[in-house]
Design a protein around this ligand. Structure first.
Ligand code: BTN
Length: 309
């Protein structure tokens, strides 16, 4: 019902009487009023007086009613431990492909290599459960696809010069705007689910905890509607995953990366390697040229640019 009320208020863009809303929606005026109160409570600025209701400003959060086509499979929480935990639970219990878990705050947000992910209010934190019909060895494509789609979207929608840093951080200049984490479970030779968790700095200010992080708000000098970014990302990501997962993902990813030809330091759980990043192979591994000229392939790790990051 909230989605329908918002649709009418947005289309009319002026005061709409309770009578009109109740007639169009086929519910009582009291029921309309109760839903309006809930929207106001959720942070929507809706004027209400004897003439009716007028939407002045929406909240920017990804509330499920802002995604009418997705709402059965979009779970929103004001606070969670981590959207990865909820998504894993849902996935193990058989939730459908492309289930989304989003949260306003995470008290135990997780980063790669067992780091914590500070999740200050105003950021966009979500995990997508995917069930691609692929062998586990190809699941890396899903991660590359996610960072490719989001980097491209940040460039197109907000004109920020975003680049991907291997394996799937998104930077603007040398500052990190987005981190991604993936978790996969397999059943015999097939992927049971791949969960992609994304933390995007939108209207939060991450610089206190992470001096080398930046948010869209800081870059643009204005607030951005998180629901709009999420909507666009989910549509484009879903389309790409369902239609073109295998096609040129790595090639296209390479056109958006700032990692190639960089002197880098790669930290894995086991060791640290330094060298020049010369390629990403067809399995998503980073090819490093070491000081003695030999090549080393690294499947997973944290990448630091020697110059600045
Ligand atoms: C990294 O850069 O180390 C990865 C960060 C991933 C953060 C996101 S926020 C949503 C999802 N939930 C988590 O606990 N982590 C991921």
């Amino acid at each position: 019902m909230k989605d329908k009320i918002l649709k009418i208020l947005r289309e009319e863009n002026q005061v709409v009487s309770g009578e009109q809303l109740s007639a169009e929606l086929g519910v009582s005026r009291v029921s309309v009023w109760k839903h309006i109160r809930k929207l106001q409570g959720a942070g929507y600025h809706i004027l209400s007086n004897s003439k009716g209701y007028q939407l002045v400003a929406s909240h920017d959060a990804p509330f499920p009613w802002e995604f009418p086509d997705r709402s059965p499979n979009l779970h929103y929480f004001p606070q969670t431990s981590s959207t990865m935990d909820i998504a894993r639970e849902l996935a193990r219990n058989g939730c459908p492909h492309f289930t989304v878990v989003a949260s306003e705050r995470q008290v135990k947000g997780r980063g790669r290599l067992q780091r914590a992910w500070h999740s200050s209010e105003g950021g966009l934190y979500f995990t997508v459960v995917l069930r691609p019909r692929i062998p586990p060895a190809l699941s890396f494509k899903v991660n590359f696809c996610a960072s490719l789609v989001l980097t491209d979207l940040l460039r197109r929608l907000y004109s920020v010069p975003a680049t991907v840093k291997w394996p799937n951080d998104i930077l603007v200049g040398n500052r990190k705007i987005c981190g991604m984490l993936s978790e996969m479970e397999a059943e015999s030779d097939a992927v049971a689910f791949v969960n992609i968790g994304i933390g995007l700095n939108v209207n939060n200010d991450p610089s206190a905890e992470e001096p080398r992080a930046v948010s869209l708000k800081t870059l643009l000098g204005r607030q951005v509607y998180r629901k709009d970014i999420l909507k666009q990302f989910l549509d484009e990501f879903e389309h790409r995953i369902n239609t073109r997962l295998h096609e040129d993902v790595i090639q296209e990813w390479k056109t958006l990366t700032s990692t190639l030809n960089q002197p880098v330091r790669i930290v894995t759980i086991r060791d640290v390697s330094e060298g020049l990043a010369v390629d990403i192979d067809e399995t998503g591994a980073l090819v490093l040229q070491l000081a003695d000229g030999s090549l080393k392939k690294i499947i997973y790790g944290d990448c630091f640019y020697q110059d600045n990051q």
